[in-house]
Design a binder for this molecule. Sequence first.
Ligand code: SAJ
Length: 423
Amino acid sequence: MKFNKICVMGLGYIGLPTASTFAAHGIKVIGVDVNSKVVETLRNGGLHIHEPGLRTVVEAALKSGQLTVSTQPEEADAFIIAVPTPFYDDKRADMRAVESATKAILPYLRRGNLVVLESTSPPRTTVNLVAPILEKSGLKAGMDFSLAYSPERVLPGQILRELMENARVIGGVTPESARAGHDLYAIFVKGEIVETDATTAEMVKLMENTFRDVNIAIANEFSRLADRFGINIWEAIAIANRHPRINFLSPGLGVGGHCISVDPWFLVEAAPDLTPLIQTSRKVNDSQPRYILDLIKRAIHNLKDKKIAGLGLSYKPDVDDLRESPAIEVIHLLQKEGSIVTAFEPFKPGVQLPGLLTVASLEEAVSDAEVVILLVNHSQFHDLKPSQLLELTPARILIDTINGWGEKEWDSAGFLVFRLGAK
Ligand code: SAJ
């Protein structure tokens, strides 16, 4: 199948890099976002998200005229839906954005088009939710137009590289739909493109993120056991991972972000009776911030009125995304204990968050602190030398929740350091 023009619905962390990458490969792309602020920002040469290398690709795509942005879709050869699928408070998948993006395509859908859903979705979404909406056009999915599910699998921080290099799975509602999807992504994907059916592709995505969640849950549980038995979990994991069939992930503050902390719930919702392990892992990871609070309490005893500098607010190192961030949760827990926390996030230095005291520099955060807590292993913090921090802060107690400050360098430098999972 040939593609001259495609329409990408959703210009967030996935849609914008995808739209710009297609444009960079000579395809005419219309990028659509319902948020007019996003469209305005892009039109004015701005960027609403931080991702390494993205600015260059977006600027080039817009300047060349290959990418245009709008709040409304247009007729195209292919439509890609890359909108968020968050969850409600009760952890059920919120499919409203997928539903409305699909409805928005409906008036522009023509015989011979391809529609691809990329948003992470509960099993059978493509056939049970997307296809029936599109078939209101009078066209039949898999016969009159192609319909496929192709999950994004890129890692925030490395999106542009992974978009092209990762293997890509394309699940069609028919083998012909999968083939059409293959033809589309072959425009820029250098990794292997694997064709399957739509529901398998949906499951693959959910299985991948769930596997990671379960793996992190066991690492978090081991960190608690390490505290109990007086061993160093970081050393133990490093040794265990030398076994050829073992690959533990790392413990930490818990699992944040918009993907791994959300996606396993889609499987739980779809089959609560079949998912006890997945549910327990989610609970273990969600309870890790509270465990971290206990660790801090064991180190400091009385948290009331303690002046604490919290380093990092994002959900993981070297990204600006604050969604579902366990670092923010730990700070709220400390505040409930009466601590006065001053937080600094280098990737969003000016950020204002309800109920949080944030400052725009490391210096400001630590200058008056009694305790410094390393919450996110951003390079800026990881690369700090103990002598630099000694000069910036009167605090002599450090809490390292993610093993960012190695024992050798830091423990003999004049600080009293407490680490998660270390004796
Ligand atoms: N984390 C740990 N320990 C680890 C690794 C991560 O506690 O050893 C924590 C992080 O600090 C973070 C959370 O887990 O809070 C998730 O981070 P991540 O780097 O594991 O994953 P995401 O959410 O940034 O991206 C994942 C990726 N999925 C997999 O690796 C299977 C990515 O490929 C997906 O495209 C993305 O989810 C997505 O969009 O679904």
